[in-house]
Design a protein around this ligand. Structure first.
Ligand code: ATP
Length: 708
């Protein structure tokens, strides 16, 4: 049979995403959550194939990160944890996105995700009800005494208002009713002036768009404010370039940015949050009761975890004590995380419920490594392909960080994402979190990624690998009051052997790094303009604690540092789906070429590994044999049995599902005509579409090898 004629390269672009979304629905990879009720934004369900794909991702990650290593162990913690965890981690106070809102559509955007736009801006200061404007204009009795310019303006205003009213469809004898209506709806306002200053609105008109769109949007806006037929004040006009202040969908100026915490809040236990409407706040007793009950309920507030990592820190000591691990070692976890994203978008890429695969790899501080090994090896000393076999005791945080970046890229390659589709993005110092020493984002070039000046896809984050120092464990030590330090036998043994000058130098460096962390609280108070005495006390305390930490260090104690590779299951699933999608030409039953959609998943990750087909479903001998083959393979891999329809159609279905191999049981298998072929089957390769004859006895080892 002919091989594939073209790859997916030619169809990369914006519309490929639509094709992928449609295939995912059609074939049962991904559905919109709660679709029968209209869906819910930012939530996605995985159908039969998607569920298998995700399971494969998680299993391969678990296997790679834990089972194939001696130095990483697993954890499965709860989604809801003690709320103090999120205080300590900083999520309660700082896990915010700046949010902007469109005053016309009320759509919200993340301030940093608004596309820059250029064009002409029309600033409308306000509007009045057209009928009121007409009445006012007609009531001006001294028009003759006005200068000619003003008279002209009033006349043109009157003509415009009349035009507006006439085109509104309301008969002239009802124009006054509009005003009465308004008086009834807004008794507290003077209907004649209502509208002036009820809100300013600015609209950006891009090159190529007609200026009337500005009036259209502004009119919609003032209608929303309650005006029937808004008559707009003359706008002020201005040119803007690359401004992110306007809604990209309609050009309306967005609200000023305000912070929005991304954590989902809930209540633990049978908490009765008092419904406001049942209370009369004029009655002081009732209002007091409401506040009391409200405050009581706040004690039960909890959060759905926005990341899985914090449980690892919270359980660090338990794992250390029960797993017989010693630093350096890691704790890994896979599980759900929740973020109330302001704008979920790009299909499943930014969801509100998703899964993470996170590792916290605890390492010795560089000062400890230097004390033990005499030196600290940097990242330049890493082997080009570091593996678990050549982990070195001399590695400092830089080498460990680089090691994990390499490890993770190797993992992505092993599941079928070529290195050319990935970008290793080193965050710039200004982009780093205050505690982070370095962070690398691994990006995948999704079809929806932005392009650089050269037209190259820039990629979107699949995973972040951060060197977080000892910040996390230190925070939990501070908030919980429980020590997070470890005892390092090697450090204790090495210390007395160092010469005194080295001891002083290392102790001082350790002190400085602890003081840098511990004085943060005092510095925060300084920024908050707190009482100078309180600040001083806090700083003195920090110094004392840091001195104590440095003293403990000389006896073998320290707070471990951490490298955190943190990946998203759903983003990887989407990357694999995008990467697998291809269209090519394949011959149909009669050998005529037709176009085919094929998901070229790496066999290791493919949802179904092999499909088993009896050539005809009405021949019991074929069906019996095919079922035997299915049962032979099933304990070892995910097998799909399909006897419905023409064989070519069955192949196509599996091509779209991304099944790498198809096994067909035909008459030769039964040895009817050619006895030498008895108990052989055809094995079809999804990508080359080549078929080979294989003995049933060889099938299992062959397929196991190919899908490993
Ligand atoms: P982004 O900048 O895209 O919001 P982030 O830097 O906040 O991501 P992290 O907090 O580092 O993300 O989370 C680690 C990983 O979790 C990300 O690399 C990503 O794979 C995944 N992830 C984070 N937020 C989402 C989301 N809303 N939907 C799906 N996956 C997510």
């Amino acid at each position: 049979m002919a091989g594939p004629k073209s790859s997916s390269e030619g169809i990369r672009g914006n519309d490929v995403m639509d094709k992928i979304v449609s295939l995912c629905k059609r074939r049962g990879f991904i559905y919109q959550s709660s679709e029968i009720y209209g869906g819910i934004n930012g939530f996605w369900d995985y159908g039969p194939l998607g569920a298998e794909l995700k399971r494969n991702i998680k299993e391969l990650w678990w296997n790679d990160m834990i089972r194939q290593r001696d130095d990483v162990v697993g954890l499965e913690a709860t989604i809801i944890m003690h709320p103090q965890i999120w205080k300590a981690s900083g999520h309660v106070d700082t896990f915010m996105d700046m949010m902007v809102e469109c005053p016309l559509t009320n759509r919200r955007f993340r301030a940093d995700q608004v596309e820059p736009q250029s064009g002409t801006v029309y600033h409308f200061k306000g509007a009045v009800e057209a009928a009121a404007a007409l009445k006012n204009l007609r009531e001006i009795s001294n028009k003759d005494r006005l200068d000619a310019r003003t008279r002209d303006r009033l006349d043109s205003d009157e003509a415009e208002v009349l035009k507006l009213l006439q085109s509104s469809g309301i008969p002239p004898n009802k124009w006054d009713d509009v005003l009465q209506d308004l008086t009834r709806t807004f008794p507290e306002t003077d209907c004649r002036s209502r509208g002036v200053g009820i809100g300013e609105i600015s609209v950006l008109v891009r090159a190529g768009e007609h200026a009337s769109t500005a009036w259209k949007r502004a009119t919609e806006f003032y209608r929303k404010q309650g005006l029937h037929i808004p008559f707009l004040e003359q706008p002020i006009i201005e040119q803007v370039k690359d401004s992110t202040a306007f809604n990209p969908e309609n050009g309306v100026k967005l609200s000023a940015p305000r912070p929005f915490n991304l954590m989902f809040k809930t209540y633990v236990g049978p908490v009765d949050v008092p419904p406001l409407h049942r209370y009369t706040f004029e009655d002081p007793q009732q209002s007091e009761e409401w506040f009391e009950r409200f405050n009581e309920s706040q004690k039960n507030v909890a959060y759905l975890r926005p990341e899985t990592a914090q449980a690892i820190f919270a359980q660090f000591k338990n794992v250390l004590e029960t797993s017989r691990q010693k630093v350096p070692f890691g704790i890994a976890q896979v599980g759900k995380a929740f973020r109330n994203e302001v704008t979920p978008r790009n299909y499943t890429f930014r969801s509100r419920e998703f899964e993470q695969m996170e590792l916290e790899y605890f390492i010795k501080p560089d000062e400890a490594i230097e004390a033990i090994s005499g030196r600290v090896a940097g990242s330049s000393e890493l082997d080009p392909q570091p593996s678990t076999l050549n982990l070195q005791p001399t590695w400092g945080w830089e080498a460990w960080h680089k090691y994990w970046v390499e490890e993770r890229i190797r993992f992505y390659e092993s599941v079928g994402l070529p290195r050319t589709t990935l970008v290793e993005y080193w965050q710039k110092p200004a982009e780093l979190a205050h505690y982070a020493k370095a962070c690398v984002d691994i990006l995948y070039k999704f079809p929806f990624s932005k392009r650089d000046e050269k037209g190259e896809l820039m990629g979107e984050e699949l995973e972040g690998i951060a060197a977080r120092g000892d910040f996390d464990l230190s925070q939990h030590q501070r908030f919980s009051g429980k020590p997070m330090i470890v005892f390092d036998e090697e450090l204790k043994a090495a210390w007395p052997k160092l010469d005194p000058a080295k001891q002083t130098e290392l102790k001082e460096r350790y002190y400085q790094s602890r003081f840098k962390y511990l004085k943060k609280e005092g510095e925060a108070l300084e920024r908050a303009d707190a009482e100078p005495l309180v600040r001083e006390i806090k700083l003195a305390q920090a110094e004392k604690l840091a001195r104590a930490d440095a003293e403990a260090f000389t006896k073998g104690y320290y707070v471990p540092h951490v490298i955190e590779p943190s990946a998203g299951v759903d983003r990887l699933a989407l990357a694999l789906i995008c990467n697998a999608y291809a269209e090519d030409q394949a011959p149909d039953e009669k050998g005529k070429m037709e176009s085919r959609v094929v998901m070229r998943f790496h066999p290791r990750i493919a949802p179904i590994k092999v499909a088993v087909f009896p050539l005809l479903k009405n021949r019991p001998e074929l069906v019996k044999k095919a079922r035997e083959v299915r049962d032979l393979l099933r304990p070892h891999m995910n097998v799909f049995y399909d006897d419905a329809g023409a064989i070519g159609r069955r192949y196509r279905r599996q091509d779209e599902a991304g099944t790498p191999f198809g096994v067909t049981i035909d008459f030769d298998t039964l040895g009817e005509k050619r006895p030498e072929l008895q108990d052989t089957v055809t094995l079809r390769d999804r990508d080359t579409m080549k078929q080979e004859r294989v003995k049933i006895g060889d099938l299992l080892p062959l397929l196991r090898e190919k899908t490993r």
